[in-house]
Design a protein around this ligand. Structure first.
Ligand code: DUC
Ligand code: ZN
Ligand code: ZN
Length: 472
């Protein structure tokens, strides 16, 4: 199958150019400058399908490096399967996800990884890969990290939060970082001081403070900034690259900024929820409504102006990537587990379908440039996690993962009946975007067009990854 996308504005992390894009099979065959007839004066007549992208943006498919399909959490499982979650991702212009395989304490890492393959293989609408969560650092799991790197899993997530569940103490973190420093992989860190948070949670509950908003009030910014600093210092001691996930507190990103000013290999990620949603407007809604917005790190105070600072840090590249931390739970029977006790509300928000749109709105609002939109949602994620130039760019030889984005379109996101994630509500109800995902192509196959999903479960291939391409 050959496809020609003509007359569009091809947006790369380096800027936009007028060009046609020729796809042959699963890859991009050529990016053709206006007036270049070297592939034939009437190329259009020779291809199988033509898209006219006049007035539209032609961008690399989104790369969401932080999702949790079917994550076991708080006595339940994240409600999207790999089939439903990747379909929803496709609707929103994301053509690659990296999900987290979970090793729990006492489990073999290899078995945990095999279990994740069993959930995902043959199910995905788009290409996918895994990071590995190490929930029990010991001699066996450290050895397994080396094995996994050889298999193309080049990033490992540790938790400084959730004592008794995913938590690693500083000694375990140091050992895992030493291993990563030797085998060249990247450590991803959930940086919150879980020991301090657990004390604050117990104290709040003892005082009868049970509403969802106490989730944020018992995880103050200091717990994020302290853990971020500790993670950076431990990483510095070992020389491992460190990627801090889902950052929400401006003070924590300031710590990342200081490390980056020293030219240390430290990187920060944020998520749409921290750029748009807040403690006051969302988590504090009356009754149990606020449970929809319980996630960790938590939504922060609008009055403290974290959102403006996070956008600024995206401009300065102290935050390098916007992922979703997609971790959906229904209200019914899932979030409801925490009625009367906020600490029992499963943590997570579903956004995998909306990331490209929500961050495009940042372009419309003047927060970031068009090129930076592509950079933080596609190009940098691919480079950070060893998928570039196969993913994250429109260039000859790259996979033909392409989105035709219409800046004159409109996307009303939110309502349960209009999104495609397996959730009975939306954290994004009422958000309207001045743009629209018109067409999505995954490895040369059109999977979304004209407001219709025409892809298939199992089209997505598992991706072995190389190393982080930002190391100095
Ligand atoms: N944060 C969430 O919100 N959900 C799952 C795990 C996490 O770290
Ligand atoms: Zn986390
Ligand atoms: Zn996560």
């Amino acid at each position: 199958m050959t496809i020609l996308i003509k007359n569009g504005s091809v947006v790369l992390s380096t800027g936009a150019i007028q060009a046609d894009v020729l796809i042959d099979g699963e890859t991009i065959a050529a990016v053709i400058a206006p007036g270049d007839t070297s592939l034939g004066a009437n190329l259009e007549a020779t291809v199988d399908k033509v898209f006219d992208a006049r007035g539209k943006y032609v961008i690399p498919g989104g790369v969401d490096v932080h999702t949790h399909m079917e994550l076991p959490f708080g006595g339940t499982f994240a409600s999207d399967t790999f089939a439903t979650g990747t379909r929803a991702a496709a609707w929103g212009g994301t053509t690659t996800i990296i999900d987290f395989a979970v090793q729990k304490f006492g489990e073999r890492v290899q078995d945990a990884l095999a279990a994740w393959h069993a959930k995902a293989d043959g199910q995905c609408a788009i290409d996918y890969s895994f990071h590995q969560i190490i929930g029990g650092v010991d001699d066996d799991s450290l050895k397994a990290m080396d094995e996994l790197v050889d298999e193309g899993i080049t990033s490992f997530k540790l938790f400084m939060a959730y004592p008794g569940v995913f938590y690693s103490d500083d000694g375990q973190i140091l050992r895992a970082m030493q291993t990563a420093a030797k085998n060249g992989s990247t450590i991803m860190m959930h940086a919150e001081n879980g020991i301090a948070i657990d004390v604050l949670v117990q104290q709040a509950l003892a005082e009868g403070k049970t509403d969802p908003r106490y989730h944020s009030l018992t995880r103050p910014w200091e717990t994020e900034a302290e853990a971020t600093n500790r993670a950076i210092m431990l990483a510095k001691m070992t020389g491992t690259p460190l990627y801090i996930v889902h950052m929400s507190a401006k003070q924590a990103v300031n710590v990342v900024q200081q490390a980056r000013d020293e030219a240390w290999n430290v990187f920060g990620e944020t998520c749409p929820q921290y750029l748009y949603l807040s403690l006051e407007e969302h988590l504090s809604q009356p009754g149990f409504e606020g449970a929809k917005w319980v996630c960790s790190t938590p939504l922060r105070s609008k009055a403290e102006r974290h959102q403006q600072e996070l956008w600024r840090y995206l401009r300065t590249n102290d935050l390098s990537i916007v992922s979703t931390d997609h971790c959906p739970f229904c209200m019914k029977e899932q979030k409801e587990l925490g009625v009367g006790d906020f600490s029992k509300i499963p943590n997570g928000i579903g956004s995998v379908e909306h990331r490209m749109d929500l961050i495009y709105q940042g372009v419309v609002d003047g927060q970031i440039t068009l090129a930076r939109w592509v950079e933080i949602t596609a190009t940098t994620p691919a480079r950070m996690f060893g998928l570039y130039p196969r993913k994250g760019v429109i260039a000859p030889g790259s996979d033909a993962d392409i989105v035709i984005y219409n800046p004159d379109g409109r996307t009303e996101i939110g309502h349960e009946k209009t999104h495609h994630m397996n959730m009975d509500h939306s954290a994004w109800e009422g958000f309207n975007i001045d743009g629209h995902v018109d067409t999505v192509i995954s490895r040369g196959t059109v999977i979304v067009d004209d407001n219709k999903y025409i892809g298939s479960d199992g089209h997505g291939k598992y991706l072995k990854r190389g190393m982080n391409q930002y190391l100095i």
